[in-house]
Each structure stands twice: as C-alpha cells, then as structure tokens.
Write a protein that binds this ligand. Sequence first.
Ligand code: DHB
Ligand code: FE
Length: 280
Amino acid sequence: MANVVGMVTTSHIPAIGRAIARNLQDDPYWKPFFGPFERVHQWLAKVKPDVAVVVYNDHGLNFFLDKMPTFAIGAAPQYVNSDEGWGIPSLTPFRGDPDLSWHIIESLVAEEFDVTTCQEMQVDHGFALPMALLWPGGGEWPVTTVPVSVNTVQHPLPSPTRCYKLGHAIGRAIASYGRDLNVVVLGTGGLSHQLDGPRAGFINKDFDLMCMEKIVSEPEALTRYSIPELVELAGAQGVELLNWLIARGVLESPVTRVHSNYHIPISNTAAGMLVLENRA
Ligand code: DHB
Ligand code: FE
C-alpha cells in the first residue's frame, strides 16, 4: 500500500534558482532561507520517500492564458524544465511515475474531479525549485514525481474549499494504490506576495503567520476565505496558498509539525516553509 509520509511546503521564487546556480546558500541574504532546509534533508533521510506528488502552479511555461486548466495532472515518463526568461538554469529532467499518475487520475475522475491529463508536460520554477531545495546537488533525482498543476493565475480560480477537497481525494487515491511506496506531498508557492500593479511588493506577515498556524491545526479555517479576500490579504500571487491547502488536504488530520521557517523578504515574496508529518 502506498503511504503518505508527510508534506513539505515552500515558496518557489525564481531567484532561488539563481542563488543555487551561484552557490550563494551561505550568503547573508540567503542563509536565513536556505539554512533551515538542512533539517528538511534530515527529515527526508528519515522518511525515505519514493515519490513526490508536487502541487504547484504553472506560470506560463506549459499552460498559457489561452488554455488554462483549473487542475492538471502529469502522466508522463519524464518532465522537462526549461528556460523561462528568469535567468535560472534548467535542471535534470524529472522522472515520472505514469502508473501512479493514472491511478490518481482515474480515482479523481471517479470522484467527479474532472482533471486535465498531460502525457507531455514541461514543469516550471513552481515545480523545479522546490525539488532542488529538497534534493540539492543536481544529478539524478532520488524520487519519481507526479505533477499536479493548479490554476492560481487566471481568474476564475478554484475556491479554497474545492482545493482542500481535491487534496482529500488525492489522499484517498494514494491510499488505494497497491504498490508499497512512501509518498511525500509538496505544496509550492506563497506566502504573501504581489508582483505587479500598485500593490507590487505587498507582504502581510500577520496573515502569513496565521496561515502557517492554521494550516497545521485547523486547515478548514483557511477554506472560509473567498478568492477576492485571499487576493486582498495575501496579494495577487499570494493565492498560491491554494497549493499549500491541497497538499494539506492530502494528509489526514492530525499531523505533527516537524519544521517551519518564515523569512521576509526573498525577492518580492514572504518565504514560508513547513514540514508536516502524517500521524495517521
Ligand atoms: C517571485 C515569486 C513567485 O512566486 C514567482 O512565481 C515569481 C517571482 C518573486 O518574488 O520574485
Ligand atoms: Fe509563483
């Protein structure tokens, strides 16, 4: 039986990719961001995941505004990362797990989540940088991957409630998968940030810290916000919190908080990181 060992959520700011390429992890600007990932590496060494289900949002590499699925799942043998114009080097292609992907897709569609299925899929910084943070050093990735792409870009966006329920459905799909696998769930993006418009640079520390607390102890509380409320409170791109909520939905409550970190700012963004272990 496949088993969800826990979740890791982290921001996916493109500048992280440049910092990795230039080996700036110990630089005073970057140390407060990269330093705490050492504990995440220790946790990963303990829980030994075989697969990462990565919940993220594509920013225009694979999906553009002309065709924007609300939820899309990769079912490819491999996922390639490419240049997005941010000046971040592309990474070693990621190994897929088509059998698990199709199992999740079939289970979701049977539960009336009519997801887009992608047998070819490029993955952008929202997917690739969290992977590089968790498994640094380049070379072959030690886990296979299932990308779950969520529209946090072009309105209308899925509601927080819908996202949380999708997480539960992914959790049930994984639990009903016959192979003995340890699965880690990643939720990427956030926390508060806004990249353009009059509120560019907007960060809301109080709201972020409340979210980091509630997502552990009472995630349902975060599903009560509407999308316009989230945009107002977290910024236009802060709605990437939806990816965290889906990841949290995959875990069964209650959970144990293993690690967390919050540091502002990295680039224009409040960088949040959380590791939760499944107690069920
Ligand atoms: C930044 C943050 C993001 O989430 C993103 O997708 C692109 C840029 C930033 O703060 O620079
Ligand atoms: Fe983003």
